[in-house]
Design a protein around this ligand. Structure first.
Ligand SMILES: Nc1ncnc2c1ncn2[C@@H]1O[C@H](COP(=O)(O)OP(=O)(O)OP(=O)(O)O)[C@@H](O)[C@H]1O
Ligand SMILES: [Mg+2]
Length: 316
C-alpha cells in the first residue's frame, strides 16, 4: 500500500524575473507504507527541495502529492500545518543549526505537542519518555542544545519529530554532519523506530553504502528528475542508468585498504545549471553512452525488471 503518491511534481524557484531554478522537474514516485525510501544524487539535484515539498515546507509549482489518498494543498495554510504536522515530520542535516539555542531540550522536544494544545504536565511526561526512547536521559530536559554532542543533538531532533507520533518522516541527510562512529548509531535508531512504530521514511543521504544499509528501495535523482528507482540491493549492486553506475562507482569504500587499491572514477564534468536545463536527457552531456537521440528526447522512467525502473534511452 502506498502512503504517499507523487505525480508529475514540479517545484521552481524564481530567481529573477522570468528566470527559474527547476529544482524538482516532473517527479512521479510512490512511497510505500512502512518502507524506507533512500534518495541519492549529487549536490544540487533537488533532493532537499523534494523532501521539503512533501513535508509542506515549500509550496509546489504544479503536480500532485497525495498522503493516504488525500491530495495535499499546494501551499499550506496555518490550519494545514497544524493538522499535517501530526502526520508528516522532518529531520534535518545540521543538528547544530536546526535546534534553537535559546530553548531547553524540554521546550524543543515538547513544542509540537504544545502547539497542538496538549496540557503541560502531559507534554513533560512525553518529553521524558522520548528522551529515553532515543537514548538520552530525562535529566537532560533542562539543558540547552550547546551542551550536547552532534550525535546527541540529532537524537534530540529525532525525539522532536517522533513525539507527535507521525506516520512519515523526511530525513534530510540526518547523519552527514556526524562523526563516522556516531552515524551508524543514529541510522540504527531510525531503523528501530521505523520497525517499532510502523513509520515510513524518506532518507536523503550522500553515503551510498549507508543508504543501501537502511533503505528498502533507492531512488536516484539527477537535476530535478528521478533517473532510476528499485529495491535497494538491486540499485546498489546492479545499477542500470549510466549516472547511477558512476555515482555508485565513485562512492568511497569504507575499508581504507580496498579504497587505496581501487581505480577511482569520479563523474566527469559538472551537473548543469538547473536554470538552463539541457534538452533531451539531462545527463547526456556527461554520459559515456550518450547517442544523438539522448540530446534531443527526454527519456521517461520505464520498468526494466520487477520493481526496477530506469529513465534512459539504452532501454527500449
Ligand atoms: N529557496 C531557494 N531559492 C532558489 N533556489 C533554490 C532554493 N532552494 C534550493 N534551490 C536550488 O535548487 C536546486 C536544488 O537544491 P536542493 O537543495 O534541493 O539540492 P540537494 O540535492 O538537496 O543538494 P545537496 O546535496 O547539496 O543538499 C539547487 O540548484 C539550489 O540552488
Ligand atoms: Mg540537500
Amino acid at each position: 500500500m502506498n502512503l504517499i503518491e507523487i505525480k508529475n511534481l514540479k517545484k521552481f524557484f524564481e530567481i529573477s524575473k522570468g528566470s527559474f531554478v527547476h529544482a524538482v522537474d516532473g517527479i512521479s514516485i510512490d512511497i510505500r507504507q512502512n518502507e524506507i525510501l533512500g534518495l541519492v544524487g549529487e549536490s544540487g539535484s533537488g533532493k532537499s527541495t523534494l523532501g521539503k515539498v512533501i513535508a509542506g515546507l515549500h509550496g509546489r509549482s504544479s503536480g500532485e502529492v497525495k498522503y493516504q489518498g488525500e491530495l495535499l494543498p499546494e501551499v499550506y495554510k496555518a490550519s494545514d500545518f497544524l493538522r499535517l504536522s501530526k502526520e508528516i515530520q522532518m529531520i534535518f542535516q545540521d543538528p547544530y543549526s536546526s535546534l534553537n539555542p535559546r530553548m531547553t531540550v524540554e521546550e524543543i522536544i515538547g513544542e509540537g505537542l504544545k502547539i497542538q494544545g496538549v496540557p503541560s504536565a502531559e507534554v513533560r511526561k512525553k518529553v521524558k519518555e522520548w528522551l529515553e526512547k532515543v537514548g538520552l536521559q530525562s535529566e537532560h530536559m533542562s539543558r540547552f542544545p550547546h551542551e550536547f554532542s552532534g550525535g546527541q543533538r540529532q537524537r534530540i531532533g529525532i525525539a522532536r519529530a517522533m513525539i507527535v507520533e507521525p506516520s512519515f518522516i523526511v530525513c534530510d541527510e540526518p547523519i552527514s554532519a556526524l562523526d563516522v562512529s556516531v552515524q551508524a548509531q543514529v541510522v540504527n535508531l531510525l531503523k528501530e523506530l521505523k520497525d517499532s512504530f510502523g513509520l515510513t521514511l524518506l532518507f536523503i543521504a550522500h553515503d551510498l553504502s549507508m543508504v543501501r544499509y537502511i533503505s528498502d528501495r533507492i531512488a536516484v535523482m539527477y537535476l530535478g528528475k528521478i533517473v532510476e528507482c528499485g529495491d535497494a540491493d538491486e540499485v546498489f549492486f546492479n545499477p542500470q542508468h549510466p549516472y547511477s553506475k558512476l555515482l555508485i562507482d565513485s562512492n568511497p569504500i569504507a575499508d581504507p585498504q580496498k579504497e587505496k587499491l581501487r581505480e577511482f572514477k569520479s563523474i566527469e564534468g559538472e551537473i548543469p545549471s538547473p536554470v538552463n536545463i539541457p534538452e533531451g536527457c539531462r545527463f547526456a552531456g556527461r554520459c559515456p553512452s550518450a547517442s544523438e537521440e539522448c540530446g534531443k528526447v527526454t527519456p521517461q522512467l520505464k520498468s526494466i525488471a520487477d520493481g526496477h525502473e530506469v529513465a534512459c534511452h539504452l532501454f527500449k
